[in-house]
Design a protein around this ligand. Structure first.
Ligand code: AMP
Ligand code: MG
Length: 334
């Protein structure tokens, strides 16, 4: 739990129209008063974020959510089941928010983060906070305070809440149509949602075929490190053979390659440079580590990353959604 005086100082900056980086359970957010158009415009400028990409509005509970958007029956049910937590509900906006927050849409994405520090800040400021990930647009999301400082320098007030417990952005679900639609996958999976409100559509499946994106903002280059990322998927032994071949070829060309492998496959790679993403039985570990690993690879100036795919099931589905984008759909199937 963060010191009360840090929260107070951060709340003061927010009320004055400034920006604060706050921890959440998903990734660090670059927060501003969602009711203050000028403050929100500073987020877009600081991130270099395209203005047709709406921001998620963070609330400290159902009451604040109801003052921001129309919490219909399904929204209410999902909020009761998953909040505080990594699920963003897109609902009709009540029209109190400046249009810059929602990129001109009449809907708004609302979420109550599962992080005491973030919740205390929202409550102390007394306003909903618009907060996208606290990174420069396009680069991997920040999961530590150091990642944020690396992108924005000392000028930005960062509340250090340690490493994020989830590590991937929230699931986004649009509840404004007759049949709800998942726009972005996350650790709250389609199955978990359907157990709560019945059948939903999954527009985020576009990433599997690299089709047109469903959610505004998802069309941009995202989550990407400087290194060229290649995803390799198939049976473990074939994956390792393919990666070793590509890796060794890179070395001869003067590249600096790195393998991001599952723990159980480490033994295939001998003395090659390797980091462990997780294990196929626990994609939650890969979710939590993914962005930190991508950022560390850049710091160590790797020029190529070979990523062993994790099974696209449960949380692994969201992990691979982000990895495909980080790889600009550079996928080798063996
Ligand atoms: P970020 O805050 O960077 O994780 O991005 C937030 C994402 O949430 C956007 O890129 C959209 O995909 C989605 N989102 C937020 N608000 C809305 C909305 N009103 N309608 C549809 N998608 C939204
Ligand atoms: Mg982002």
């Amino acid at each position: 739990m963060t010191d009360a005086h840090i929260i107070e100082k951060a709340a003061h900056i927010i009320i004055e129209g400034g920006l604060v980086a706050m921890p959440t359970e998903t990734v660090y957010g670059l927060a501003a008063n969602a009711l203050d158009a000028e403050a929100v415009s500073r987020i877009f400028t600081a991130k270099g974020r395209p203005d047709d990409n709406p921001l998620i509005v963070h609330v400290d509970g159902l009451m604040m959510a109801r003052q921001t958007g129309v919490m219909n029956e399904r929204a209410q049910a999902l909020a009761e089941r998953f909040w505080p937590g990594p699920l963003t509900l897109v609902v009709k906006s009540l029209g109190m928010l400046p249009l810059i927050v929602t990129a001109g849409l009449d809907t708004v994405g609302i979420r109550m983060p599962d992080c005491d520090t973030a919740l205390s800040l929202i409550s102390a400021a007394g306003v909903p906070l618009a907060a996208p990930s606290a990174n420069k647009s396009g680069s991997p999301s920040p999961t530590t305070a150091a990642h944020v400082a690396k992108d924005f320098g000392d000028e930005l007030f960062v509340i250090d809440g340690g490493a994020c417990s989830v590590g991937l952005e929230s699931t986004v679900i649009d509840l404004t149509a007759d049949v709800p639609v998942i726009l972005r996958p996350g650790v709250v999976t389609q199955q978990m949602i359907e157990e709560c409100i019945g059948s939903v559509e999954n527009a985020s499946a576009e990433f599997l075929s690299n089709a047109a994106p469903a959610a505004p903002g998802m069309k941009y280059r995202h989550y990407a490190p400087l290194a060229m990322v290649t995803v390799v998927e198939g049976h473990a032994v074939s994956v390792a053979e393919a990666i070793k071949y590509l890796y060794d070829k890179d070395l001869k060309k003067g590249e600096k390659p790195l393998v991001m492998a599952l723990r159980e496959n480490k033994r295939y790679y001998g003395r090659r440079d390797i980091v462990i993403t997780g294990s196929s039985g626990d994609p939650g570990e890969a979710a939590k580590k993914l962005y930190a690993l991508l950022r560390a690879a850049d710091e160590q100036q790797y020029s190529r990353i070979y990523f062993e795919a994790v099974p696209k099931e449960g949380i692994g589905y969201a992990v691979m959604n982000r990895v495909y984008k980080a790889a600009s759909y550079n996928i080798v199937k063996v």
